[in-house]
Design a protein around this ligand. Structure first.
Ligand code: 8Y7
Length: 276
């Protein structure tokens, strides 16, 4: 039998389902089809057990070009409004753009997921003004150049120092500590070995006393783990999510909601020795 004390430390994980609101290159009518497809996918992810939907209108993949704010607004705001009209699920907006933060929270978003950790001009003030929660992600460099030979003298020291600096900036801007999540940024200015170290030693960030979010779903490091030509990354993604949870992650950002929810439910039953 586990003690009550150790049971209480086994916090249930939250699954954040990824919703990419992709550009429509065909016609105006296509925009509506796109939105319909997005909402269909949201309903499916909710049915599959997602706790959070992360709506993103800007590609942050390595080498991606920036998106003008008006286009980003046009992609994400109608989708957030529709999700909010259907459900009271937690909505996250994946953005670094101050105007998008403001409009997204007004439309019903609860969490600002910023891969630039509120470093864009005006982002800290805009996020603070909304009163929403924020996820501060570590990225070394910017999406255009981050994968060109990333180097660290001390990976954990540098990521921790970055978190402390951004948490202090948030405190200064009036964002309460309890509204902050931290994310070491798997794949953002890191080699595969850096990414693997971050997950395997994720518990070293417990000293920062903030919930940890991890996004490793389908990322290229997992492709490399399996042999670099494979696109078949489901099992690696789910295994990585389970490992991150066991090392202390609270939120797992994933494409494959159903499979991740099943795996996390299983590991949690094992860890609590009960059919919770
Ligand atoms: C992450 C993310 C992406 C991540 C957080 C992809 C928007 C790349 N990755 N946000 N966003 N953490 N917080 O492959 O790891 O999903 S985009």
């Amino acid at each position: 039998m586990l003690s009550l004390d150790s049971m209480q430390k086994i916090v249930p994980p939250m699954v954040m389902g990824i919703l990419n609101v992709t550009p429509d290159s065909f016609s105006d009518g296509g925009q509506f089809l796109n939105r319909d497809a997005a909402i269909w996918r949201v309903r499916q992810m909710i049915d599959e057990g997602a706790d959070i939907i992360d709506v993103g209108g800007e590609s942050t993949r390595p080498g991606a070009d920036p998106v003008p704010p008006a286009l980003e607004l046009d992609r994400v705001i109608p989708v957030i409004e529709t999700i909010r009209s259907l459900s009271d699920i937690v909505i996250s907006v994946d953005t670094s753009t101050p105007e998008v933060m403001t409009a997204a929270v007004a439309a019903g978003a609860n969490l600002i997921n910023d891969v630039r950790a509120l470093r864009r001009e005006g982002a800290l003030a805009a996020a603070a003004e909304t009163g929403a929660s924020v996820c501060l992600m570590h990225m070394k460099g910017d999406p255009k150049t981050m994968q060109l030979d990333p180097h660290y003298d001390d990976l954990f020291g540098e990521v921790t120092a970055f978190f402390r600096e951004r948490m202090a900036a948030c405190a200064e801007a009036g964002i309460p500590q309890e509204n902050i999540l931290l994310d070491p940024g798997f794949g953002f200015g890191k080699t595969p070995e850096h990414n693997l170290q971050l997950i395997n030693r994720l518990d070293e960030f417990a000293c920062l006393d903030a919930p940890l979010l991890i996004g490793l779903s389908r990322k290229s490091t997992l492709g490399k783990v399996l042999g670099s030509d494979t696109e078949d990354r489901l099992i690696a993604s789910v295994t990585g999510a389970v490992a991150a949870y066991q090392k202390g992650a609270s939120v797992l950002r994933v494409h494959d909601v159903k499979e991740t929810v099943q795996a996390l439910r299983t590991i949690r039953c094992l860890m609590t020795e009960s059919l919770i």
